[in-house]
Design a protein around this ligand. Structure first.
Ligand code: SME
Length: 166
């Protein structure tokens, strides 16, 4: 496993292209879900320095806060509530250019202005979401969705090793 994260100074695409193989190498042989979420949130945060980067895990009818980097966050989110609960319910990535325009957005931090939430799947069902918040408007676009969905696929492969942890 790489001991020090390499961060590209190029375009956003370059940054993701540099980051994803490093994430793959860190999580590929590690079956512990929480350990992998912890390292992935740290590597994303070290690369992009967004305001909040982390995971929520599906537990029954709620999302429960998982490993993250950033300020204090809401602990539990009901299915269908906020951006995270909506991404879970709809089983798809949601990009929010301006959180004030998203009905029901949950403001864990009043400084968050835009957001992306990407579901993680296991056997066709959503088992967790990756949530990234920015202090600027319009931070996330189709490039982020593309690479973060690839990242979610990588994590799903490692989840196969850890189904007992869900
Ligand atoms: N804004 C999210 C809640 C999670 S925090 O941003 C970390 C939402 O609306 O679901």
């Amino acid at each position: 496993m790489a001991e020090e994260l390499i961060v590209s100074q190029g375009t956003k695409e370059d940054m993701y292209e540099t980051l994803l193989p490093q994430i793959a190498s860190v999580i590929e042989d590690e079956p512990d879900l929480v350990a992998n979420m912890a390292n992935v949130s740290a590597m994303l945060a070290d690369t992009f320095r967004h305001w909040w980067t982390g995971f929520y895990r599906v537990q029954g009818e709620e999302l429960v806060l998982g490993p993250f980097q950033g300020p204090l966050a809401c602990t539990r989110i009901r299915r269908g509530r906020g951006v995270c609960g909506t991404a879970w319910e709809q089983a798809k990535t949601i990009i929010v250019p301006d959180v004030d325009q998203f009905p029901g957005h949950i403001a864990c931090s009043s400084l968050s202005r835009s957001e992306i939430v990407v579901p993680l799947f296991q056997s066709g069902r959503v088992v967790a979401v990756l949530d990234i918040d920015s202090k600027e408007l319009n931070t996330f676009d189709a490039v982020d969705a593309h690479y973060l969905e690839r990242l979610a696929e990588l994590m799903s492969s490692s989840l196969c090793l850890s189904a007992k942890n869900l």
